[in-house]
Design a protein around this ligand. Sequence first.
Ligand SMILES: Nc1nc2c(ncn2[C@@H]2O[C@H](COP(=O)(O)OP(=O)(O)O)[C@@H](O)[C@H]2O)c(=O)[nH]1
Ligand SMILES: [Mg+2]
Length: 249
Amino acid sequence: MSAESGARGPRPPVERPVVAVPTYNEIENLPAIVAALLALPVAGLRVLVVDDNSPDGTGHLADDLAAESAGRVAVLHRPGKGGLGPAYLAGFAWALANGADAVVEMDADFSHDPDVVPALLDRLRTCDLALGSRYIPGGGVDPAWSRPRRLLSRFGGLYASFILGLPIQDPTGGFRAYRREALEAIDRSRVRSNGYTFQIEMAYAVHRRGLRLCELPIHFKERVKGQSKMTLGIAIEAAWRVWQVKFSR
Ligand SMILES: Nc1nc2c(ncn2[C@@H]2O[C@H](COP(=O)(O)OP(=O)(O)O)[C@@H](O)[C@H]2O)c(=O)[nH]1
Ligand SMILES: [Mg+2]
């Protein structure tokens, strides 16, 4: 399998990127991740926090950060925990309505290194969807991951890519950058998945439009603060949802 797909020539440079950060109980991580993103040497970069009414008050903290950000941080408040997929879809809609020419997805918990954002955006000069990939040379997962967890992640991704004919090694990763055109090209109202399947379905939809996917090696670090919301159930759900995605698109 090749790590690159699709055609077309060079794309215009990204000038108005939005980094969408979904949060559910991330009060310990949010100030630092927002500060790290705002400190990046990327002109025009804005941060959008998509909070699902976190009981720990992350949404209020996000409002405070936005108020002192001179317009570089915005907050989308959703009424309750609706899952990662719907949170991202709302974030994409906000970014497109507010003039973004690219949207980066990343976790709030430092599992995704904010310093890689410029490189991801740079890949959008030749791709429509640039995916952070743990499973190409130069990438990797946290050394603390157990063997079963590594196998589930690696083979889960290979399984999904094989069934869907995706030319990528890590279709479940949540650290990626979309060109505006990629988000506009797909029918986002049809995306029903959550969690891992959301990432798979989005990559599949972009690929099906004949747009170009490319992967950039990243190292996934386990979160230090707060708690993961992913469960084994979500991973198992992904196994059969892949078939639904295949036959519904
Ligand atoms: N808005 C919103 N964010 C969520 C939801 N579930 C998870 N997140 C956020 O999505 C990111 C990834 O979730 P996480 O629990 O770290 O998953 P993991 O990295 O697979 O363990 C984190 O920034 C979470 O706070 C949700 O239902 N709504
Ligand atoms: Mg995480």
